[in-house]
Write a protein that binds this ligand. Structure first.
Ligand code: HEC
Ligand code: HEC
Length: 383
């Protein structure tokens, strides 16, 4: 989306006396916080204050789930880093544990693919996963959900005002995407030091950690950063070995079976019970579950590391509780397995260096997280 169009929307919103929270949201996208690149906005879904406000209302609305108990924000909790800090994997409307950790939706505008296995392509499209999945919001059909929204008096006129027509699947995705795209968080201590030249914005340990991150620890190969901005991801998928093993304490180990994935590649698969229902669940194959290509075995998307101090627990299954656990996992060379990414190997890091890497990761928390939470919660949801 051209910046001019966005600035036009911003000027119109201010002139129309739209809510400050919506004007602030558009302003963040027009001029992202230090350390963040320009926000990609699809040409067919230009941002406007009306769409952002509608998307925010929907994001917090429990009526979007079948039995009207669960909103998007109950798994992507603003006060908990837009994820859920309390559980490794969240629980959906029917009390079933999901197989994966909820990724944060901070800065999700920059994600080039959606979900840990990159199976969806855009924020506009991804919503049907949670809305229709029987384990998440469990709507029996798109039509059922559209009728719920169309019949709610507090939505009367809102889709018409934002899009010029009544609610449908496309507009629902566009509204939710518009809101999520404005939740940008940057200007962290790291940004002010590294990009802003403020020499005392971070402690010494964080600076040493950054040197390790970009130096002998080799993290930057996947958690990439640029000259003028940094998302700390290569937008790729890699096998760090997390998918290979069920970490003790995370889930019961169940009978291991040997499965031959391709000639010569035999992998022990541990089957585990889902915590609700008792159904057996297959091991999470990561990207291979989408492509069926054995080279993608246990490959998961490289997450951004921005605000990572706020988004515990970590990894696609939430199996690592603290940042120190994550750094020690890398120090020990991940979990060896037939398809381990060659960049993951044991690292020569002493305890001081582990602590320095953690201090660096802790310096990536944006300065606007309280404002983003307050703005998120500012809107009355009529449920
Ligand atoms: C029951 C918990 C739950 C609910 C409710 C939920 N999500 Fe999620 N969300 C998750 C989990 C878990 C994932 C990761 C799933 C995967 O990778 O397969 C996810 C992934 C995402 C992603 C992808 C982020 C990325 O970086 O890849 C976005 C965006 C998102 N959710 C937005 C939403 C929206 C919008 C709603 C409401 C319509 C919603 N979620 C409802 C748990 C939930
Ligand atoms: C080969 C690419 C690669 C390298 C090298 C790498 N990472 Fe990662 N990192 C990933 C992937 C992929 C994940 C997600 C794994 C998963 O979900 O199971 C991840 C996850 C993480 C997470 C958890 C984030 C979250 O939100 O759950 C942190 C923290 C992290 N890495 C830090 C580091 C540090 C520090 C280093 C260097 C010591 C490093 N990474 C090296 C690819 C890499």
């Amino acid at each position: 989306m051209a910046l001019g169009t966005l600035l036009g929307a911003l000027a119109a919103a201010s002139a129309a006396g739209d809510e400050d929270v919506d004007v602030r949201a558009l302003a963040r996208v027009a001029a992202p916080p230090l350390g963040l690149p320009a926000v990609p906005v699809p040409a067919d879904n230009p941002l406007t204050a009306a769409k952002v406000a509608l998307g925010r209302k929907l994001f917090f609305d429990r009526r979007l789930s079948h039995n009207r108990t669960m909103s998007c924000a109950m798994c992507h909790i603003p006060e908990q880093g837009f994820t859920n800090n309390e559980v490794a994997t969240p629980v959906g409307v029917r009390g079933r544990s999901l197989p994966r950790n909820a990724p944060t939706t901070y800065n999700v505008a920059y994600q080039r693919s959606m979900f840990h296995d990159a199976r969806d392509t855009s924020l506009e499209n991804q919503i049907f996963g949670p809305l229709l999945s029987p384990d998440e919001m469990a709507n029996p059909s798109v039509g059922f959900l559209l009728e719920t929204i169309a019949g709610a008096p507090d939505y009367a006129g809102l889709f018409e005002a934002a899009f010029g027509g009544p609610v449908d699947v496309i507009k629902l995705g566009q509204a939710l995407a518009s809101y999520q795209r404005t939740v940008l968080s940057g200007n962290s201590p790291f940004d002010r030091w590294h990009f802003g030249g403020e020499s005392d914005a971070v402690p010494d340990a964080a600076r040493r950690g950054y040197a390790l991150f970009t130096g002998k620890a080799g993290c930057v190969a996947c958690h990439a950063l640029g000259e003028r901005d940094a998302l700390f991801t290569d937008h790729g998928l890699h096998n760090t070995g997390i998918g290979y093993v069920l970490v003790a304490g995370r889930a019961e180990r169940k009978d291991a079976v040997k499965v031959e994935l391709m000639p010569g590649v035999v992998v022990p698969m541990k089957l585990k019970r889902g915590s609700g229902g008792g159904a057996r669940r297959e091991k999470d194959l990561g990207r291979m579950g989408i492509t069926d290509d054995p080279r993608d075995l246990y490959a998961f998307k490289t997450p951004s590391l921005r605000n990572v101090a706020l988004t515990a627990p970590y990894m696609h299954d939430g199996s690592l509780r603290t940042l120190a656990d994550v750094v020690r996992f890398y120090r020990d060379g991940g979990t060896p397995n037939p398809a381990l990414d060659p960049l993951i190997r044991p690292l020569d890091l002493d305890d001081d260096e582990v602590a320095a890497l953690v201090a660096f990761l802790e310096s990536l928390t944006g300065d606007d997280v309280d404002e983003l939470t307050a703005d998120a919660r500012s809107v009355a949801v009529g449920n």
